[in-house]
Design a protein around this ligand. Structure first.
Ligand code: LLP
Length: 387
């Protein structure tokens, strides 16, 4: 059940409740992003002294204003597709290509060509591109994505390391890759690993960095080590926030052991999750055989995370913040799938009624960008708020 709100610091969306209610009048489902919160998270990461360069994984939220905000804070960008590259350079046409990483997975040749033509850092994560298209990589600097042999993260679907994951070159194949790169005339200048998302244990990055540094020693041409993103956020307002101090300390320890490598990171969720909310309107409240369901005009089409990963997001009735709670309910969307449930065992006000605005918290990462048009519903709209 949702816990009582007493004693928690006010969130940005509680402070801006009238403004959000007003925005919802223009139509729901609707995302709102609070740029000052993005800046706050960005500055926290800027203050982690062990990190040399920071790249925002824009798959989390590619909204143009978020990209501009993070660019202004000194971030580079990590892209996974040609579409993301084109979008990024469309929004920031003068961005220097050395502020961009291209980290694809099973991408077609044309996407590698496009990335190489732009002059961004290109990552390979198996031998196959080198073998299939040696002429593409001849004389190039490349980055190698390694699978250190284990995965971590908030759900099995977001773990990207270990034998069962499609990502990364197995650590034991690195010598073979290095030989193939030499034969092609490509130079491995960076090592990369991203083995999961939504991780709270700071030792994780310590382990990743240590594995990569050991591998880098054997290659000889590596100048930077990218330990990926994956920083968790506290979706539950009562849970402990991500321990950035422990994260910085874990990285600093390794940085001291391997001072000759620049340390790069590429967080997505951490920068934007908390800065975004999803606004929905109540359509119907239905009691069926002892179970109350509060229906909203957006569900798994607007926010996939609960249906896909069983993810928990806070849900409140923004129209009646202080009204007495009703019985435990499910919050459901309008999609023709039983998985279209945004929250179970929630306490919304007894008086919740058609037209009330529901707010889904921490929806700024992997929210709008994963929305879909299933059942031919419209995509959610997006607003940006800057103080
Ligand atoms: N770098 C690479 C190569 C990645 O694949 C990802 C995310 C990141 C960085 C950023 O990870 P973050 O800091 O955001 O954890 N849709 C899922 C998350 C998928 C993450 C995919 N890769 C979710 O909603 O939880």
């Amino acid at each position: 059940l949702d816990k009582p709100a007493q004693g928690r610091p006010q969130t940005w969306w509680q402070r801006l409740q009238p403004r959000l209610l007003d925005a919802a009048k223009a139509g729901t489902p609707r995302y709102a992003y609070h740029l000052p919160t993005v800046r706050e998270r960005a500055r926290e990461l800027m203050d982690v002294a062990a990190i040399d360069r920071r790249f925002y994984a824009l798959k989390a939220n590619p909204h143009p204003d978020i990209l501009r905000t993070l660019e202004a804070e000194g971030f580079g960008f990590e892209c996974v597709s040609q579409g993301e590259l084109d979008h990024l350079f469309g929004v920031l046409p003068t961005l220097a290509p050395d502020r961009v990483l291209f980290t694809p997975s099973f991408a077609p040749r044309r996407e590698f060509e496009a990335a190489l033509a732009r002059g961004v850092f290109v990552t390979l994560d198996s031998l196959v591109p080198l073998q299939q298209w040696p002429q593409l990589f001849k004389g190039r600097d490349i980055v190698l994505r390694v699978d250190p042999g284990f995965g971590q993260g908030h759900h099995e679907k977001v773990r990207t390391g270990g034998k069962d994951a499609k990502f990364g070159l197995a650590a034991e194949s690195v010598p073979q890759f290095a030989a193939a790169a030499r034969a092609t005339g490509a130079r491995i200048t960076g090592l990369h690993a991203h083995i999961g998302s939504g991780i709270h244990d700071a030792r994780h990055w310590h382990t990743v960095y240590a594995s990569l540094a050991a591998i880098a020693e054997g290659i000889g041409t590596v100048s930077f080590i990218d330990v990926g993103g994956g920083l968790g956020v506290a979706y539950d307002p009562d849970a402990a926030p991500f321990d950035l101090v422990a994260y910085g300390a874990a990285l600093a320890e390794l940085k001291a052991a391997y001072p000759h490598y620049a340390l790069w990171v590429e967080p997505g969720r951490y920068l934007v999750a908390e800065a975004g909310v999803l606004l929905l309107s109540v359509t119907q409240v239905v009691d069926k055989q002892g179970q109350r369901r509060v229906g909203a005009d957006g569900g798994m089409n607007a926010l996939m995370r609960p249906a896909l990963y069983g993810a928990w997001h806070e849900i409140v009735n923004l129209s009646r913040p202080d009204a007495p709670p009703g019985p435990p309910c499910e919050v459901v969307g309008p999609v023709c799938e039983s998985s279209d449930v945004l929250g179970k065992q929630r306490r919304l006000p007894e008086a919740t009624a058609e037209g009330d605005v529901l707010l889904v918290g921490h929806a700024g990462a992997y929210g709008a960008v994963m929305a879909n048009r299933y059942n031919l519903r419209a995509l959610p709209q997006e607003d940006v708020i800057d103080d």
